[in-house]
Design a protein around this ligand. Sequence first.
Ligand code: ASP
Length: 405
Amino acid sequence: MRIPKLRLHWQILISLVLSALYGIFLTDYVYLVGWIGELFLKGLKMVIIPLILSSIISGVTSLGSGSSLGRLGIKTFTYYISTSLLAILTGLFLVNVIGPGKGMHITATGTGDLALQSLSLKEVILNIVPDNIFAAMGQGNMLPIIFFAIVAGFFITGISEQPKKLLSDFFNAMFELMMKITLFVIKFTPFGVFGLVAAEVAKNVDSLSRLAGNMGVYMLTVVLALVIHASISLPLIVRFFGKASPRKHARNMLTPLFTAFSTASSSATLPLTIDAVENKSGVSNKISSFTLPLGATINMDGTALYECVAAIFIANAYGIELTFMQQILIVFTALVTSIGAAGIPMAGLVMISVILSAVGLPMEGIGLILAVDLPLDMLRTTTNVWSDSCGAVVIAKSEGEQTNV
Ligand code: ASP
């Protein structure tokens, strides 16, 4: 299963090079391929709403189910939320200090909805609660959909046994189906990349060197923030909250971490993560079998951080000044969408469109960050898996377990 994913990465890499060449040398003929990128984006957008709805509902439902898992669920969720938030704030700080994309002055051709720009806190809160969930779905209004999914997931755990089982089975099945479709769409990424990147390069062919420089600064910002989170924040949490040795634990985790890096998929890495956390770091099967599969789908520190930096980079690149409220909105949507993102390559890319539409930034900005998504995906996935494994250790220790680290 891992080999095709590696191959997909190679395909994307080749497509990247070819599309850049196409954009540079066949600038006038870019209309011939630009639509392929649009089609690809449409394919991704097609699955977003049912995917978000089913993945959040089934995630929240599984956290709350089983009375003995209640306490563990709360601890696990607290760890997930706080580390993801910490990661986002690290990214937010660096992206504001470094300011990648500033001065690029790309002009948006599409119609990004900028209506939210002047929203007050009161309006944002009012905007989160839908008055008609189906209308929200029809308009692709993400925040109310996410809100509804969390509420529905939470209350499904409180209803009587038979309908509870029916509903959670239904949403699990729906999630599986949407994942299948997403994976199918992702197979076309090399073509999508070709269309999107060729169009982006052709549009900016006069300022390519400036573009390359700006992309470099953007990548550096993401990498720096990921490194700070993975090598300083998380080890400190393992040390102080878990009273364990982060260094020893990291050594035990090398195989899954390398696998995460090369597959760019937390889910594909999961069996190796469980193996290392249980057999090397000595966490019980009870804790690891609960926290790790859940973590592989809902705990994504690297993805959350990346989405925050990427969204603000896109705003900078298009010369859009973000208000304080919009930055808060980005933090919130980055947190929630990282929970909703699947542990597969480029899931963060699907989710970034949620943030863009929630904040009212131009969708075509995805074409910009898509060009350099590959290395960043590998690094953020490694951070995601590392955070899951640290969480398992911290929670095991808090339950009084004797581990090897
Ligand atoms: N590839 C990441 C993962 O599997 C998700 C993402 O695209 O950010 O953890």
